[in-house]
Ligand binder design. Structure first.
Ligand code: TXA
Ligand code: MG
Length: 338
């Protein structure tokens, strides 16, 4: 993408500047502005985590409810004590994957504004692996609070163009680090109790997690409770959702279009006899979850903008990153009508 200069408007710019200028991005952050930041998972909407006014802008720009806390990004493990008051031994075991797609919820230090953690005693922290995110964190010198850089509830961005499409009028600069390598958000694990609790499946699959910590618990959403009253924040029933209704089929089910509806198909695996779809997106013919994950959100966006009445998506095998992809599919389909 070409470097563009952007122009000034109510949120700072009408359409944000895009480029690879790390010093400029760091300057924006130090001045309390918002930057679209590439990470290995998805792009983040970054602000200085210790500047409450900048953090408030993140919630406003995304339209995100303040009961859903933000992840704080650090340049490396040695910075943990800046934002965390106590580091249990198990955290160091898990931090073996850093830099990488894992977020740990740990007791927060007083300097972290309550707005970042939605008033909770724990702060979510991670060290992202993308070289540009690393450089940005080192250059700006502050921890960065960053949710995924999409309007609340929508499809996560995996390119700088996706960020501009959703939030281009609400941020000051987008660092273009190319397409995200992992393509699905970080795994979130809480270490606030005795046993690690998986709050969100993500870029570190369950097998690897078990290798790192042995047993762990999994937080389950309670269907009888409102989103704000769930056992952990972020367990929102409908999320990661395209505007087009999304219908899921089992991994081995035959895909057929919905009668009378313009139907799109999101699939993986070998080419089977598929007919009658208006648009087909095949992620990986071998069905390798890591390859499927890298193209997943871009494929959903493509299908969502194709003027379809329904998107039919094949569930992934429940291994590795397939677990996270199925979680996103389920939540993307929740509340849909087709
Ligand atoms: O890969 C990622 O995690 C990306 C990149 C940008 O780092 N970020 C991301 O952020 O996906 P977001 O805000 O879209 O999702 C963060 C999730 C939410 O489900 C939130 O509820 C949970 O992490 N979370 C953050 N802080 C928490 C805390 N203090 N306690 C419990 N859950 C927390
Ligand atoms: Mg998100």
């Amino acid at each position: 993408m070409q470097s563009q200069s952007g122009s000034v408007g109510p949120y700072g710019s009408v359409s944000a500047a895009v480029g690879t200028d790390i010093s400029r991005a760091a300057e924006v952050l130090r001045a309390g502005g918002l930057v679209g930041m590439p990470t290995e998972t998805v792009y983040g909407l970054a602000a200085n985590a210790l500047d409450v006014r900048a953090v408030a802008k993140v919630f406003a720009a995304k339209g995100r409810p303040t009961f859903d806390p933000l992840i704080v990004h650090l340049a490396d493990l040695s910075e943990l004590s800046r934002v965390v008051s106590h580091v249990p031994a198990i955290a160091l075991q898990l931090a073996e994957v850093w830099p990488g797609p894992l977020t740990l919820v740990l007791p927060k230090a007083d300097c972290v504004p309550d707005l970042v953690t939605s008033g909770l005693p724990g702060v979510g922290v991670r060290v992202p692996a993308h070289p540009m995110a690393q450089q940005l964190l080192r250059t700006c010198g502050c921890p960065l609070a960053a949710p995924s850089a999409n309007p609340f509830g929508g499809i996560s961005p995996t390119t700088a163009s996706h960020v501009l499409e959703g939030l281009g009028d609400r941020l000051d600069y987008v660092l273009d680090g190319g397409p995200c390598r992992v393509g699905v958000e970080s795994t979130v694990v809480s270490l606030m109790g005795g046993v690690p609790v998986l709050l969100r499946p993500g870029g570190v699959g369950p097998e690897r997690l078990r290798e790192l910590v042995g047993e762990y618990e999994t937080a389950r959403a309670d269907a009888d409770l409102d989103d704000a009253a769930q056992p952990a924040p972020g367990m929102l029933s409908r999320h990661y959702a395209p505007r087009t209704p999304l219908r899921l089929i089992a991994a081995a089910e035959r895909a057929v279009p919905s009668p009378g509806l313009r139907s799109g198909l999101l699939t993986w695996g070998p080419e089977l006899e598929i007919s009658g779809f208006d648009r087909i997106f095949r992620l990986c013919s071998e069905g390798i979850p890591e390859i499927c994950a890298a193209g997943f959100f871009a494929a959903l966006r493509d299908l969502d903008s194709a003027g379809l009445d329904v998107i039919i998506a094949r569930k992934f095998l429940d291994v590795g990153l397939g677990v996270a992809l199925n979680d996103r599919l389920r939540r993307g389909a929740a509340g849909g009508t087709q």
